[in-house]
Design a protein around this ligand. Structure first.
Ligand SMILES: [Zn+2]
Length: 228
């Protein structure tokens, strides 16, 4: 069981949560300290604690408020003392305890949304163009209404919380995990947003689901062939 973060790019580290091939946290080393992207399912606390031991966490950022990304968010902020940042579109629902069931069908609404039961205050409401640990915030609506990605043009690294999920440990030879497209809030918009991200021409795509993908051609093939 991996208990340490794995460096995948300059200042970018992936921490496998459980199940390890599918859920991750991503740590970005920014100029002010470390930013933790997504906190996984509600039972991620012990792993997150191990990954973050000795680190100076200055902010917890979530890509979107689906239950499998914010399940341990309240815990993480309590544990580290870090403030929370998320999309301005989803922050009110999360903060007030409202519904975060941003899924097109009942499966997501009844199985995934309840994983995000524990809530807390949102300290920074993010929008496109903001900066997170030296990455530019990019809006990617569709999978959820306020989904965000994080883009660093200097080395063409893109951090996402939604995209085709690669289950191969070889980033240049991805294998795709297929999920029902109705887990998206708006399936057509989700795919359109993914295509828009390809226009940035990322070289390395790091996701909080699955393993990283290297090479835009590989990622594009996933977008073309995987509905979710
Ligand atoms: Zn999601």
């Amino acid at each position: 069981m991996a208990t340490t973060l794995r460096k995948v790019a300059d200042g970018v580290h992936v921490g496998p949560l459980f199940p390890r091939s599918l859920f991750n946290t991503v740590v970005l080393e920014g100029p002010r300290g470390d930013v933790v992207v997504d906190a996984g399912l509600p039972w991620s606390g012990r792993r997150l604690a191990r990954f973050l031991r000795g680190r100076d966490v200055v902010e917890h950022v979530v890509t979107h408020a689906h239950g499998d990304h914010v399940g341990s968010t309240a815990w993480l902020c309590n544990h580290t003392g870090a403030p929370l940042a998320m999309s301005e579109i989803e922050a009110d629902d999360f903060e007030t305890g409202g519904s975060i069931a941003y899924h097109a069908d009942a499966g997501g609404r009844y199985l995934i949304a309840p994983l995000g039961l524990r809530r807390r205050r949102v300290d920074r409401r993010l929008r496109a163009g903001d900066t997170v640990a030296g990455f530019e915030v990019v809006a990617q609506p569709g999978h959820s209404p306020g989904l965000l990605a994080f883009w660093r043009a200097a080395d063409r690294t893109l951090v996402v919380g939604d995209g085709p999920v690669n289950v191969s440990t070889d980033p240049t030879s991805p294998r795709w995990f297929h999920l029902p497209k109705k887990l998206h809030h708006d399936p057509d918009a989700a795919v359109a947003s993914r295509w828009r991200l390809t226009e940035l021409q990322p070289e390395l795509i790091v996701s909080t689901h699955g393993y990283p993908v290297r090479g835009l051609d590989h990622w594009t093939e996933g977008i073309r062939t995987v509905a979710h």
